[in-house]
Design a protein around this ligand. Structure first.
Ligand code: SF4
Ligand code: SF3
Length: 540
């Protein structure tokens, strides 16, 4: 196996024996083959000029397949094999629809059973591209569309889709097979990936807010109640809605975990009396926190950490693109409805969660809420009470080097405001950083996709202050990344013209020295230093 798609790639270069994430060789290879299958299918769609409108089910399964391969989403070999078979079936069906045009191996290969899949995968992975710059750009695009697909999948679950996004995904997948594309053309494709990243995050924002209302300032309880609970993790709000509906009026409480925390900020979910609060921290602390939670856990998406304790594993359920061997997967029926009764029945027999902390955290600062406070914010900037906004959105991870973000937040001068989104916030969202004229010093917009909100806020401020360039604002970017959704967020920011983004705790292993150089020279991308030095740099 060879995988270098996330920030924790072994030795900063790539996982070759087993993933640091826990993904084993077979799962890694099957994920590679699933991606290769999608590339072949996309080549048929693109070269055959097939109408995207007529490919409904296939479009949906393509984005689900991409989502399955995101870091920490799906460790279930059987589920991935089934998805490969399904996508090969679609690929072969599409091939029949087009006239004879020359097509490549990805559109023709056949596999039967695990052994032949693994054998084929060994020639279809990342290292199949020999030139390291081409490989780097191809993977940058692939990781970007993985993130894009995840967000498109959530929007689709809410009944919103945009076929232009699917068209782009096919174009990008097929382009990664095209040996005629130059480095420059691949760089252009990378920026276009960012453009569609913006479109996808806007679509998901529309889907979320039109159904659940605009996030608003909310204090979220981090303590526990007396009833047994179900813990819901990941990013899918439709799963949460269904779970709350199915537990309404029962003695089973619902708690959010990690990236599901921002659900509390939406007005829609506030009516559920059994929606108690948020339990624990970001994803990588789950092994210990699931033990004390005592009840069943539902993963709607990433990030799953392979459970070491069987008793905990037996309480884990998955849905959507996520999966783990030995855990029950809750399938949606044709109308998208899921039956969560196995979790509810299990919860009734479990003890209530053990309290691991008390108090509350505040959030809900997505674009509508911040723009409602715009006058106050603008006055504070004009009076000098707010000197800088620091965007610290992104992902959290288990590396010790990430203590940097806590230290950075703690040491920031008191006339700064942190704008955050994604699970990166858990490194500082429980610090008592106070407020500036009533504006909390940490403004949490929501999940990683709500980084879109931070871009909307920046564009609005640019307009209000009459500036020509978003980079003239007193906003700096110190982003933490881990998995591929952060890649699409980064590409989206680059597309919007944001410069000088600092990215940590380490730069992606998949950036070859030449590609990294282009990003540094064109966009001013930089890594991180010590908290003190970076603060000095940002405040200068
Ligand atoms: Fe390694 Fe990350 Fe790939 Fe897992 S996802 S195998 S940790 S690079
Ligand atoms: Fe976190 Fe996994 Fe990326 Fe949605 S839950 S941000 S890492």
């Amino acid at each position: 196996m060879f995988c270098y798609q996330c920030q924790e790639a072994a030795k900063g270069t790539g996982c070759q024996i087993k993933g640091v994430c826990g993904k084993d060789e077979e799962v890694a290879r099957l994920q590679d083959l699933l991606i290769y299958t999608l590339k072949g299918l996309a080549e048929i769609v693109v070269k055959g000029n097939l109408e995207i409108e007529n490919l409904n089910e296939i479009n949906h399964e393509v984005i689900k397949s991409l989502f399955i391969t995101i870091t920490n989403a799906n460790f279930d070999k059987t589920a991935i094999e089934k998805q490969i078979e399904k996508m090969l079936g679609f690929r072969n069906e599409l091939k029949k629809r087009i006239a004879e045009i020359p097509l490549g191996d990805a559109t023709y290969f056949e596999v039967t059973g695990t052994t032949s899949m693994l054998e084929k995968a060994s020639k279809a992975g990342v290292l199949a591209t020999e030139n390291e710059d081409i490989r780097s750009l191809r993977e940058l695009v692939i990781y970007g569309i993985k993130g894009m697909a995840a967000y498109a999948h959530h929007a689709l679950n809410l009944g919103k889709e945009n076929r232009d996004i699917y068209t782009f995904i096919y174009e990008a997948l097929a382009a990664t097979l095209d040996d005629a594309l130059s480095v420059d053309e691949l760089i252009t494709l990378t920026l276009k990936t960012g453009e569609f990243g913006v479109k996808t995050m806007a679509l998901l924002d529309e889907a979320n807010t039109s159904k659940y209302g605009n996030p608003e300032i909310t204090h979220v309880n981090i303590g526990v109640g007396k009833n047994p609970g179900i813990l819901i993790s990941g990013h899918d709000l439709t799963d949460l809605e269904q779970l709350l509906e199915q537990t309404k009026g029962t003695d089973v409480d619902i708690y959010t975990h990690s990236e599901m925390l921002p659900a509390h900020y939406y007005p829609f979910f506030k009516k559920y009396e059994n929606f108690i609060g948020n339990y624990g921290h970001s994803w990588w602390k789950q092994l210990e926190e699931f033990e004390t939670f005592n009840g069943p856990i539902l993963f709607t998406t990433n990030c799953i950490v392979p459970p070491k304790n069987e008793k905990v594993r037996d309480r884990i359920f998955t849905s959507g693109a996520s999966g783990y061997p030995g855990c029950i997967h809750i399938e949606a029926n044709q109308d998208g409805k899921k039956d969560f009764s196995p979790l509810i029945e299990m919860a009734k027999k479990c003890k209530a969660p053990i309290e691991i902390e008390t108090g509350s955290i505040v959030g809900g600062f997505a674009h509508a809420q911040v723009l409602a406070l715009a006058d106050k914010v603008i006055d504070a900037v004009k009076s000098g009470a707010i000197k800088k906004f620091i965007v610290m959105a992104g992902c959290d991870g288990r590396m010790k080097a990430r203590e940097y973000y806590t230290e950075f937040a703690q040491k920031l001068p008191t006339d700064t405001i942190i704008l955050t989104a994604g699970c990166a916030k858990y490194r500082y969202n429980k610090l008592a950083l106070g407020d500036i004229d009533g504006i909390p010093r940490i403004l949490d917009a929501g999940q990683c996709n709500d980084s879109y909100s931070l871009a909307v806020i920046a564009l609005k401020l640019k307009e209000v202050f009459g500036l020509e360039d978003v980079n003239q604002l007193p906003i700096v970017y110190n982003i933490a990344w881990y998995e591929q959704k952060a890649v699409i967020v980064l590409l989206a920011l680059l597309y919007l013209g944001v410069k000088n983004i600092h990215l940590g705790p380490t730069l992606p292993a998949f950036l070859s020295p030449n590609v990294a150089k282009v990003l540094v020279e064109t966009f001013g991308i930089a890594g991180i230093d010590t908290a003190e030095e970076d603060i000095q740099f940002f405040m200068a």
